[in-house]
Design a protein around this ligand. Structure first.
Ligand code: IMP
Ligand code: MG
Length: 184
């Protein structure tokens, strides 16, 4: 009974659906094909998901990439409980594998200021990967605070706070199968 009340409250904060499940699935398929084509002649492909947000996107993406690859995850803190990036990034969980000599593809849910990925790529570059590329499902270019080059972008979106398909607001809404904006 209590959970029903909670559900109603949760739904109220969802503003509108930005991308439906079917659209996302088609977009993920497109990205996977681009990646597959670019990596098809490479050995030692390592796909690195940035936890927790990229979890669902990455799971769908790698199942559409028809190549031999490995996966790993890294967890960083960026916002804490706030919705603004502080620029201070900390590694909460490092990679399990050595990336030296590997073709590393970082998978992120959403790039906002770009500070998280700038920091992450700086660190990973020092570990002598054979190559390092970035794939993000969502990008808010108007919010960028650094010069970051992203190799694969699903959707460019305006400066709205979004949730769903792995992406949270205060750790909630990650399980929505669609991407939505929330009331600000
Ligand atoms: P950046 O360092 O500002 O680029 O922040 C990137 C991280 O902030 C992403 O990995 C997300 O976890 C989070 N983030 C950025 N924008 C949003 C949003 O609209 N909703 C939820 N999380 C977001
Ligand atoms: Mg994230």
């Amino acid at each position: 009974m209590q959970s029903k009340g909670e559900l109603v409250r949760v739904e109220k904060q969802i503003d509108g659906v930005l991308y439906r499940e079917e659209e996302i699935s088609e977009k993920v398929r497109e990205l996977a094909k681009l990646i597959e084509n670019d990596y098809k002649n490479l050995d030692q492909i390592l796909v690195v998901g940035v936890l927790k947000g990229a979890n669902i996107f990455m799971g769908d993406l790698i199942r559409r990439i028809n190549l031999t690859l490995e996966i790993d995850f890294i967890a960083v803190s960026s916002y804490g409980a706030s919705t603004e990036s502080s620029g201070v990034v900390r590694i909460l969980k490092d990679l399990d594998v050595d990336i030296e000599g590997k073709h590393v593809l970082i998978v992120e849910d959403i790039v906002d200021t770009g500070l998280t990925l700038q920091y992450l790529t700086d660190i990973l570059k020092r570990r002598k990967a054979a190559s390092l590329k970035i794939c993000t499902l969502l990008d808010k270019p108007s919010r960028r605070k650094c010069d970051l080059s992203i190799d694969y972008v699903g959707y460019e979106i305006p400066d709205r706070f979004i949730v769903g398909y792995g992406i949270d607001y205060a750790e909630k809404y990650r399980n929505l199968p669609y991407i939505a904006t929330i009331e600000e």
